[in-house]
Write a new protein. Structure first.
Length: 233
């Protein structure tokens, strides 16, 4: 059964024109899991954007810009990257609406960050200066190990307690939202995955980029949750 899921995307400027630009790797990963992405433009009014959730069966929060620190009551750090207040507003609205509808959520990279902020958590605005460690999380060429919490939804989905991931980011979870529990960590202790404490609705949030890996366990797990009968988790 093929089902449609809402997918967030950033704005990009190409040849002087502003475009909604979703990395094609997300499309291919979702297609392999027999899911069809419906892109939700970040320039919509948040309430209007949430109307898309009435016609889909899940939500994917994708990577992109830094989350504005104003969303969690912090001052901008000197190394804060580009932000998009309109995208923040749309995604915060989508998260609240998806949870109210009990839709499955898969959050990737920026996705785990905006989800954590939406639920009351905070972020490191720049890991290299605010939380120094042995791993360069911003290195786009490297991978590092993650340790997975036994018995977690992530464990059941990946079917492993250890993995090597292509995690590349300069922001990360600082204070975990009260309703989330961390379920994977880098060797330096940085949180690499989280999920709801009560398990509902089905939600997996990861700091790495599974769409760029051939192995698609996270997308298959999301697809299975999307296809469950309404009200079953």
């Amino acid at each position: 059964m093929t089902r449609v899921v809402a997918v967030t995307a950033p704005l990009r400027t190409d040849a002087g024109r502003e475009r909604v630009a979703l990395n094609s790797a997300y499309v291919r990963a979702l297609a392999r899991a027999r899911l069809v992405p419906l892109i939700v433009p970040p320039i919509l009014d948040p309430e209007e954007a949430c109307a898309a959730l009435d016609r889909v069966h899940g939500l994917v929060l994708t990577g992109g810009e830094d989350v504005s620190p104003a969303r969690y009551g912090a001052r901008p750090h000197p190394k804060l990257g580009e932000t998009d207040g309109a995208r923040d507003a749309v995604e915060l609205g989508l998260i609240a609406a998806a949870r109210a509808r009990r839709l499955p959520i898969l959050a990737i990279c920026r996705g785990i960050q905006i989800l954590n902020v939406a639920l009351g958590g905070t972020l490191y605005q720049d890991l290299s200066s605010e939380r120094r460690g042995a791993i360069d999380h911003a290195d786009t060429r490297s991978r590092h190990a993650v340790r997975v919490e036994p018995g977690s939804l992530l464990h059941r989905t990946l079917a492993t307690l250890e993995a090597s991931v292509n995690s590349r980011h300069h922001q990360a979870i600082r204070d975990l939202a009260p309703s989330l529990v961390a379920t994977a960590w880098a060797p330096d202790g940085v949180i690499e995955a989280a999920e709801p404490r009560d398990g509902e609705p089905w939600t997996l949030a990861v700091q790495w980029h599974p769409e760029d890996d051939v192995e698609g366990a996270l997308f298959r797990g999301f697809a299975e949750a999307v296809r469950l009968p309404e009200g079953v988790v």
